[in-house]
Design a protein. Structure first.
Length: 434
């Protein structure tokens, strides 16, 4: 009988063809076989019983911020939080770190900062900003998974936005995936100092997203390049994307769970851009997931120091915009998905399989032979209340503090080894090698 390094058994293994009892057999960090539940011999056998077994999640939208703003977040803390949340692969955004990842030299600086610190596998986006179109081909060749661009102020001066014409020039410079923060600056009003969330959300209306998504779709149709709409908040923008196969779109756990109506005055931990909108919009986003109009769900984990959230004044205009949620994405989404009639297979498709496919991670996001043995033991029936002080990202700031959620990550394996948050076993990934 063939012996493996590890066999993980579950009566609820979430496989590409559906959920069923299975024994996932691991050799050399890869899935070598998928056998009936009681089959498989190995040096280590883990029997999960009725606990679900999922593939490791793939989060392609994470702001780690190291180097340069490591006091906001860093590779050690971000990837430790990821592993605790069942995320086994992240792709780091090019801005908020210093220098931003806008040329091949900056990528080397970023990789050197990450080396030896990562508890999950980590890839990198490059950045497209005014004036660096000539750098993009070399940066792509150096291994980034594609390029992030803003159509609106990014919030940091070293990463300015592109005009539609500049976006077109960047698309012409390199045949790569471009991921775009799609808000139209012409539709955004300066937010006045206010502790009232309604004042902030009114300053960034759905029309800001629908207009910018139209710009993205037009660029995709004109150039034939692949574009991806980041962190869609306004469901009204979805019809503009229909019929454009080279445009994909993501949303985030906070848009699927939180609503504008529930944000208390001064609760700046809820601020993000584009903003959390009303309950009707949230329900429309779920309809977009059900129909396939939305491809995937990723965190847009974008933390900062507590001081920058301006809890002292509660001023939404002055506070940094970003939600810290990397460790909580799976239970946050599952809590809503379960009551809406979706299954674990749906969540796996949105949070593991599709993100991996979109960015070209060919060995991630599935429990299938030949794929990396990135696995998650998940109890979908376990309830808990979020305690921000026990989360593993750098700062105890999150809008989910005190919220009751459903589903606990019990164990995360990275290429067949337990991601324990102590030993950093993550690899640095390059496009074409992952």
């Amino acid at each position: 009988m063939l012996s493996f390094d590890l066999v993980v058994r579950s009566r609820r293994a979430v496989l590409p063809e559906g959920e069923r009892p299975a024994a996932v057999c691991v050799s050399g960090g890869r899935i070598a076989a998928i056998e009936p539940y009681h089959a498989g011999d190995a040096a280590e056998i883990v029997d999960l019983g009725d606990t679900a077994l999922l593939p490791g999640l793939v989060d392609t939208h994470v702001h780690v911020n190291e180097p340069g703003r490591t006091e906001w977040e860093g590779f050690a803390t971000a990837t430790r939080a990821a592993a605790a949340g069942g995320v086994t692969t992240i792709v780091d955004m090019p801005l908020n770190s210093l220098p931003p990842t806008v040329d091949a030299g900056a990528l080397e600086v970023k990789r050197a900062a990450a080396a030896g610190q990562c508890h999950v596998d980590t890839g990198f986006w490059g950045g497209a900003i005014p004036g660096n179109a000539g750098e993009l081909a070399a940066l792509y060749e150096a291994g980034v998974f594609g390029f992030k661009a803003f159509l609106v102020d990014s919030g940091v001066p070293e990463f300015p936005p592109l005009s539609p014409a500049q976006l077109g020039a960047a698309l012409s410079a390199v045949d790569a995936l471009f991921v775009v923060h799609a808000e139209d600056p012409a539709a955004i009003a300066p937010a006045a100092a206010s502790p009232h969330y309604a004042d902030f959300v009114a300053s960034r209306p759905p029309s800001a997203e629908t207009g910018a998504v139209g710009t993205v779709v037009a660029a995709a149709r004109e150039t034939g390049r692949r574009l991806h709409v980041l962190h869609l908040s306004a469901a009204a923008a979805l019809p503009a994307i229909a019929g454009t196969p080279n445009v994909t779109v993501e949303t985030c756990p906070h848009y699927l769970t939180l609503t504008a109506e529930e944000v208390p005055d001064g609760a700046t931990e809820f601020k993000c851009c584009p903003p959390i909108r009303g309950a009707g919009n949230r329900d429309a986003l779920w309809e977009g997931l059900a129909s396939g109009a939305i491809d995937c769900v990723v965190s847009d984990h974008s933390p900062c120091t507590p001081e920058l959230k301006r809890a002292d004044t509660g001023d939404f205009a002055a506070a940094w915009g970003g939600i810290a949620s990397l460790q909580l994405g799976l239970p946050v989404v599952w809590t809503q998905a379960a009551v809406r009639g979706f299954g674990l297979g749906d969540v796996v498709r949105w949070m593991a399989t599709r993100p991996a496919e979109i960015v070209g991670l060919t060995r991630k996001g599935r429990i299938a032979v030949g794929y990396d043995a990135d696995l998650v033991a998940f109890d979908p029936d376990a309830a808990f209340v979020v305690d921000a002080g026990r989360l593993r990202h750098r700062h105890a700031v999150t809008p989910y503090h005190g919220r009751a959620l459903l589903g606990k990550v019990l164990t995360t394996w990275l290429r067949g080894l337990v991601a324990d948050g102590v030993t950093p076993r993550g690899r640095l990934l390059s496009r074409g090698e992952a």
